[in-house]
Design a binder for this molecule. Structure first.
Ligand code: BES
Ligand code: MN
Ligand code: ZN
Length: 504
């Protein structure tokens, strides 16, 4: 879809559909919606009076203009209550509207910049949210659907109309940023939705190579012999059950080459399929485990975004990619593996493989001199039980960095909630035979997993994001489409920008 910005007046712009909006509780629409209402002899206020238009968030009303104004149709989109309005509402509403237009077979539309007037949003923020919402809301994973099965033509052209020249160019900047964010998020979604026979560790490395090439990042791929040399016994223990060669993918963006210490490391879990290994998972729903590389995918996507946005900070993405398979060569429950930092782990459950591969990836990140670390992983089913799909659970050893993640999420609309790292929980992973065990049993499953990771970051400021719930959506709503969400790619890129700007 193409998104453009033009200067003009909505009532005189020729288009198959004009999108305006309405806050709930408003009886006499103002701004552009008011102008359209007057030009249509008060039909919108009439529909409000009759209770047909309520302005509830996501509500859509279609009005045919019958030649009274230049647009053939007016689409009134509800924004919900004014006191709950923010950029996230614009993302959600833009997505609902885009899908509505597609479903009506309308492939060209004009919209006002939601919220940039009465809503009080900056024009850039509005433009960015419209672009992100529309593009992400129209997302489809149709690679393996025969063309005949595919639905009607897509919405191809969206034009944002604004009267003021300066504000129009601000909206334009926002749209450009929104397109960058949406395209990277879509890359993450595509990788996660792709079946595991296609999205192998080798294929993840290939996609990282393409991103590195197009965005001017340095790429380095470690193969198993190098992993062995480095002593990555935890990662290799997981990989040994699979025929697919593991890859440690390292992507480097140099935005502040004169200050190598000004850096951020993003570490992603890239289990391209998680059968559980010898501690085999139940068959029901196992197909969802093709998405167990969502952390790695979001890191690759964030690196793409960062490569385009060019913040003044050095960012390294590290993705530990391998399959977790049961086989004659697979590791067994009871095996003890030694990670790169020399620490030993008793493998109680081969299905707790994410923390094993991350252990070595985090060691590697530290050896590389990274001074701040954020890891992203579909780590525990317990996280889905605890927080569901509304927000990502975060844990860590540095409150300042945790707060920065939460704050970045407020702008991107990707929510975060911190779980405690009380010392008491650490006991859950005590082992009789090794420095720790990889499963803490049934209690506080997400936190005990984080405690294992903590053993490999030392005192480096670190945040762990458990995206087991948020990496996929059960149903299509707002800008999320059933399947992969691309979370938390936009937040990671925003964090990099915020850290670059604060210069600390
Ligand atoms: N990839 C899973 C976690 C997961 C579950 C992600 C559901 C998304 C949806 C992870 O590797 C896993 O299997 N974790 C185990 C750990 C347990 C054996 C200690 C779990 O959560 O059951
Ligand atoms: Mn597992
Ligand atoms: Zn897993």
């Amino acid at each position: 879809m193409r998104i453009t910005v033009t200067i003009g007046d909505v009532t005189t712009t020729e288009t198959p559909a004009l999108v305006v909006n309405l806050f709930s509780g408003v009886t006499e629409p103002g701004g552009a919606t008011g102008a359209v209402d007057r030009a249509l002899d008060g039909v919108i206020s009439q529909l409000i009076k009759e209770g047909e238009i309520k302005g509830k968030v996501g509500d859509i009303t279609l009005i045919h203009t019958m030649g009274k104004i230049a647009p053939a149709r007016v689409v009134v989109a509800g924004l919900g209550p004014a006191d709950k309005f923010d950029a996230q509402v614009v993302r959600q509403v833009s997505a609902e509207v885009a899908r509505y237009l597609r479903q009506k077979g309308i492939n060209e539309a004009v919209t006002i910049a939601h919220g940039a007037g009465i809503g009080g949003l900056e024009p850039t923020t509005s433009g960015q949210a419209i672009a992100e919402g529309s593009l992400l809301g129209l997302y489809k994973f149709s690679t393996y659907l025969s063309p005949s099965k595919e639905a009607s033509a897509d919405l191809e052209d969206l034009t944002i109309v604004e009267q003021d020249q300066d504000r129009a160019s601000e909206i334009e900047n926002g749209v450009a940023a929104g397109i960058v964010a949406a395209e990277a998020t879509i890359l993450a979604r595509d990788m996660v939705n792709e079946p595991a026979n296609m999205m192998t560790p080798t294929q993840m490395a290939e996609i990282a190579r393409r991103v590195a090439e197009s965005e001017g990042l340095t790429l380095n791929i470690l193969e198993s012999p190098q992993m062995r040399e480095l002593g990555m016994g935890a990662l290799l223990g997981v990989a040994q059950g699979s025929e697919e060669p593991p890859k440690l993918i390292i992507m480097d963006y140099r935005g502040d080459p004169d200050n190598p210490g000004n850096n951020l490391g993003l570490v992603g879990k890239g289990i391209t399929f998680d059968t559980g290994g010898i501690s085999l998972k139940q068959p029901g729903g196992m197909e969802a485990m093709k998405g167990d590389m969502a952390g790695g995918a979001s890191v690759i996507a964030a690196m793409k975004m960062i490569g385009q946005e060019k913040p003044k900070i050095n960012v390294t993405g590290i993705i530990a990619a391998t399959e977790n398979m049961p086989s004659g060569s697979a590791q067994r429950p009871g095996d003890v593996v030694r990670a790169m930092n020399g620490k030993t782990i008793e493998v109680i459950n081969t299905d707790a493989e994410g923390r094993l591969v991350l252990a070595d990836a985090l060691c590697y990140a530290r050896e590389k001199g990274l001074t701040r670390l954020v890891d992203v992983a579909t780590l525990t089913g317990a996280m889905v039980t605890t927080l569901g799909k509304a927000c990502t659970g975060i844990m860590g050893n540095n409150q300042e960095l945790l707060d920065k993640v939460t704050e970045a999420g407020r702008d991107t609309g990707e929510k975060y909630w911190q779980l405690p790292m009380f010392d008491e929980y650490k006991e859950l992973i005590k082992s009789d035979v090794a420095d720790m065990k990889n499963s803490g049993g049934r209690q506080a499953g997400s936190i005990s997993a984080a405690f294992l990771l903590a053993e490999f970051v030392g005192d480096t400021p670190w945040v762990h994001m458990d995206i087991a719930g948020t990496s996929t959506a059960d149903r299509t709503k707002g800008y999320q489409v059933k399947g992969a969400t691309g979370v938390p790619a936009r937040t990671l890129a925003k964090l990099a920008r915020n850290l670059a700007e604060s210069g600390t």
